[in-house]
Write a protein that binds this ligand. Structure first.
Ligand code: COA
Length: 132
């Protein structure tokens, strides 16, 4: 059985908040952020298992700070644990408030996503062990 490290699949994804991403209050729409988080998490899970993955769940989702147009959103995803066919991915989101000329990053959101590995026929299959 293959063994992989957390660093082998760690993913950092940066997005720019556009006016098309905001809700009626002018803040980044939470559903848009969750879509970006799901993509960053799926890339991390795919890098770990080297195959197609599906999202099984999103839990422990918390929004701490808003983001507005011109802010940068930095999404980091790391494998937290693996089961037989599933992978839990911890996702942390930080905001760089470019709109306020602020380059320090602040934690704006976090969540735990679970992905399941499937083969080309959609059948679940085992994933590499995780070396901590
Ligand atoms: C996720 C899915 C593959 C699980 O299939 P299933 O036959 O019910 O799977 P099982 O009960 O045998 O569980 C398989 C693994 O998934 C885990 N799992 C299943 N549902 C889960 C959930 N809601 N949350 C966390 N883990 C879950 C199980 O713990 C198990 O992990 P393990 O193999 O590491 O022990 C299936 O429900 C599915 O295809 N869901 C739709 C996925 C989808 O369309 N996502 C959105 C677009 S990608």
């Amino acid at each position: 059985m293959k063994i992989k490290k957390v660093e082998d699949s760690k993913t950092v994804m940066t997005e720019l908040v556009l006016s098309s991403h905001v809700n009626g209050s002018g803040r980044l729409f939470g559903g848009q952020l969750m879509a970006w988080m799901d993509i960053a998490g799926a890339i991390c899970a795919r890098r770990h298992c080297q195959c197609t993955v599906v999202t099984a769940s999103a839990t422990d989702l918390n929004f701490y700070l808003p983001a507005v147009p011109n802010d940068l959103i930095v999404i980091t995803s790391e494998i937290e644990s693996v089961g037989n066919t599933s992978m839990k991915v911890r996702i942390t989101v930080e905001v760089e408030e470019f709109s306020k000329r602020e380059t320090r990053r602040k934690k704006t959101c976090s969540a735990l996503f679970t992905y399941v590995a499937i083969d080309e026929n959609g059948v679940k299959h085992t994933v590499p062990r995780l070396k901590k």
